[in-house]
Every structure is written in structure tokens, then in C-alpha cells.
Ligand binder design. Structure first.
Ligand code: SF4
Length: 275
């Protein structure tokens, strides 16, 4: 079985930057926490914990030491609370997410509804809403748009969403006779990974998507692959692979989310090559 890797897959710039910042913080003797898991990858989070960088579920769980804001960013009031408490804050918000936050604030200042396209429970979306103000509404798709939209309408999008989803929401708003101001804040790394996964999924007999099951961008990669290749399998690691998935396959592709380290991808590739 030939194993082909997607041209663009695995850890992105923003995640690498956050990991570098956490690794640098480890050298400090102070207690170090990340506000929520640093990245949506359970294996990496376990390693960080073993090296003294622990997960705090909420700002209230950190009374002293160092707090790392993860690449997803946070609401402005969370950042203010941490600083008021005198904690050392290391802000690892990805610059692309920070740009999306600024876009959300610009749309808020227009005074109408700010539509945030994304997953309502995702930390990045919570942060975007904090910047988008009280008129923000989160929609996962066009069907979730509220009946009433206060004009002028702005649209901003979670950095890891698909272009198709953004376009379908924008089209649904236009169908109501409203021309929204659209800030396409889907990041370049996400687009590259999605395009490269779609291309590969269309060329192989089966494809494996590697990443945390709680990772939004990896879930999107899986959905994209599934649309092009019925034999798409989403795994967190090589130990989940089953030989029966690849019966009769001559080629298998491998792609991975933006929070999947290179060694986890390599393990999957080696396991597939050995089948
Ligand atoms: S996926 Fe994009 S926005 Fe998210 S951390 Fe990576 S580079 Fe930043």
C-alpha cells in the first residue's frame, strides 16, 4: 500500500509559536498554567503537564504564577482580570486570531448585528464574541441565522472554518436583501490544509486524518475528506488504526490538523506502511 502525505498537514505557525512559548515558560521556577488545554491534542497536553505546565479550567483556578493564553485567544475581560490579579500573562494568542478579534471589534463599532460563523462552544469563538459585543450572534451554518438582523450586518469567521460554510452564511444574508460587511478571517494555514486534504482525498483509495477529536480544524479536515473519499478515518494516534479499513486499497493518504505534532503523523505513516 502506498502511503501519501498531504502537502500541507500538521502543526501550524500559531500552534508552534504557542508551544515554543510554553517550552520557554517551563524553564521558569514559578507555577505555570494554560487557560484551558494549550492545543486540542490530548497527547501533547499530557506531555506539557508532566513538564510542569498545567491546565487551569478557568481564570479563578489561577491565583499566582504564570498564565499562558493559548493560540485561541480569550475575551478582553478575561485578560484584564488576569492582569489585575498580578499574574504574569504570556499571551500566545495566534496573530491570525488576534486579527480576527480586531475585525470583530471593527464590526461591533458599526453598531449592527455581528454574525460570528463558528462553533458556539469553541474558545476562539467565545473570545471573538467578547470583541464583537452584545449584538454578536454565533451561527454554525446558514440555518442558524436569527429571524431579525439589525443593520448594518457584519460577518466574521472562526479562523478554522471552511470557506464553503462562510460563503453559505453570507449568501443567506444576501438573500434577505442585506449586503453584509464580510471579514474573511479564515487563516492561510487552515485554507492550505483544507485544499491540500481535499486534493489528496480525491486521489487515494482511503485517507487517514490525524488529530485530537476535540480539534475544530481537524474535524473540518475530516468532513472535507469524507466528501471526496468514503474511506476517510479520523484517528488520534496510530494505535486506533484497523487493517480492515484498508482492505483492497492500493493508496492511502495521510493528513493532520493544525495541532498534530510531526511525530504523531510519522507514527501513523509508519504503521500504515507496515500493513
Ligand atoms: S490554525 Fe491558523 S489561526 Fe489557528 S493557530 Fe494555526 S495559524 Fe493560527
Amino acid at each position: 500500500m502506498d502511503v501519501i502525505r498531504a502537502k500541507h498537514a500538521g502543526v501550524c505557525y500559531g500552534v508552534e509559536r504557542a508551544l515554543d512559548m510554553a517550552n520557554a515558560a517551563m524553564l521558569d521556577d514559578e507555577d505555570t498554567y494554560t487557560l484551558g488545554p494549550l492545543i486540542h491534542n490530548p497527547k501533547v497536553v499530557e506531555e506539557l503537564d508532566a513538564n510542569g505546565v498545567h491546565v487551569a479550567a478557568s481564570p479563578d483556578d489561577v491565583q499566582e504564577g504564570i498564565v499562558i493564553i493559548r493560540s485561541h485567544g480569550v475575551e478582553p475581560d478575561v485578560l484584564a482580570t488576569l492582569r489585575e490579579r498580578g499574574l504574569t500573562v504570556i499571551d500566545a494568542t495566534c496573530p491570525h486570531v488576534a486579527k480576527a478579534q480586531r475585525s470583530a471589534a471593527q464590526l461591533r463599532d458599526m453598531g449592527g448585528t455581528v454574525v460570528v460563523v463558528g462553533r458556539a462552544d469553541h474558545p476562539e469563538v467565545l473570545g471573538l464574541c467578547g470583541h464583537a459585543g452584545e449584538r454578536a450572534v454565533v451561527v454554525a451554518n446558514a440555518d442558524e441565522l436569527p429571524d431579525e438582523l439589525v443593520e448594518p450586518v457584519g460577518v466574521v469567521v472562526q479562523t478554522t472554518q471552511s470557506t464553503e460554510k462562510l460563503e453559505s452564511v453570507v449568501e443567506a444574508i444576501r438573500a434577505r436583501g442585506i449586503e453584509p460587511t464580510v471579514k474573511n478571517t479564515i487563516c492561510f494555514a487552515t485554507r492550505q490544509r483544507q485544499e491540500s486534504a481535499a486534493r489528496l482525498a480525491g486521489e487515494v483509495d482511503a485517507i487517514v486524518i490525524v488529530g485530537g477529536k476535540n480539534s475544530s480544524n481537524t474535524t473540518h479536515l475530516y468532513e472535507i475528506c469524507k466528501a471526496h473519499c468514503p474511506k476517510s478515518h479520523f484517528v488520534e494516534g496510530a494505535d486506533e488504526l484497523q487493517a480492515s479499513w484498508f482492505e483492497g486499497c492500493k493508496t492511502v493518504g495521510v493528513t493532520a490538523g493544525a495541532s498534530t505534532p510531526a511525530d504523531q503523523i510519522q507514527e501513523v505513516v509508519e504503521c500504515l506502511e507496515a500493513m
